[in-house]
Ligand binder design. Structure first.
Ligand SMILES: C[S@@+](CC[C@H](N)C(=O)[O-])C[C@H]1O[C@@H](n2cnc3c(N)ncnc32)[C@H](O)[C@@H]1O
Length: 239
């Protein structure tokens, strides 16, 4: 598999340093994860390329597409795909052991409505996701980047919100975020309130109650152990 980011250079041939929402971690795969990669990638993996996907070609049907950014080890994504066979799921994660773990679980569950990518979701969005084509974008427990000087690394920023909006179906597509970090929850609301073309679907204009169809994620369980709260946020694309 190739690198999870593509390098861009300026006119002088110098590498353009971008602020990313993740740091590369040493990715040693277990034997099981490696086997799942080898066995399942040809059917469930999508390689990064600078070309827009055609969902019918990818999934073999016209079912609604749910895209999840940063699925971690993928257990909750696999469970959701298994519980919702009438929808298609694409998961994007930069951490390759997580991708291997997700493929192993997906294969054990025997599901056919899930595809995965191992690449920076921001680049995938810009170059591979067709406009106005997503039913839902899921962003569950993204890295909170606690320190103020690191807040610029948070994936939820105005540019990201605008990129997501373009990919959601107009008047229907939902951007669903969840976090266990209150300061990030407030940041999400602030950014989304500033972003153009969205409506918060929460009755009180802030948070929705925890949806029953969102399986518990690994980081959510960790948050519970640490005594954190959980905030779910859903914005709809309206223009
Ligand atoms: C805190 S973990 C949460 C994982 C999972 N959603 C959960 O709740 O257990 C955030 C994940 O997002 C991934 N990630 C961060 N930025 C990403 C990006 N730009 N593209 C793809 N994955 C990203 C990280 O590698 C990490 O696995």
């Amino acid at each position: 598999m190739s690198e999870v980011t593509t390098n861009e250079y300026n006119q002088d041939g110098k590498l353009i340093r971008k602020v990313r929402s993740f740091v590369r971690r040493e990715g040693r795969l277990t034997k099981g994860q490696e086997n799942a990669m080898n066995e399942c990638w040809p059917t469930m993996g999508i390689d990064y390329q600078s070309q827009f996907l055609n969902w019918k070609d990818v999934f073999g049907n016209d079912n609604p597409v749910v895209l999840e950014v940063g699925f971690g080890m993928g257990a909750s994504l696999v469970e959701m795909a298994k519980n919702t066979p009438e929808k298609n799921f694409l998961g994007i994660e930069v951490h390759s052991p997580g991708v291997g773990a997700c493929l192993a679980d997906a294969s054990a569950a025997g599901i056919t409505n899930l595809r995965v990518m191992c690449h920076d979701a921001v680049e995938v969005f810009a170059n591979m996701i067709p406009d106005s084509s997503l039913a839902t974008l899921q962003l569950f427990f993204p890295d909170p980047w606690h320190k103020k000087r690191h807040h610029k690394r948070r994936i939820v920023q105005l540019d990201f919100a605008e990129m997501v909006r373009q990919k959601l179906i107009i008047d229907d597509g939902i951007f669903h975020m969840a976090t266990d970090w209150e300061n990030y929850a407030q940041h999400m609301i602030e950014v989304m309130n500033q972003a153009h073309g969205y409506e918060n679907i929460a009755e009180g204009g802030d948070f929705v109650s925890r949806p029953e169809d969102r399986p518990l994620t690994k980081f959510e369980a960790r948050g519970h152990r640490l005594g954190h709260g959980v905030w779910d946020i859903k914005f709809k694309r309206v223009s």
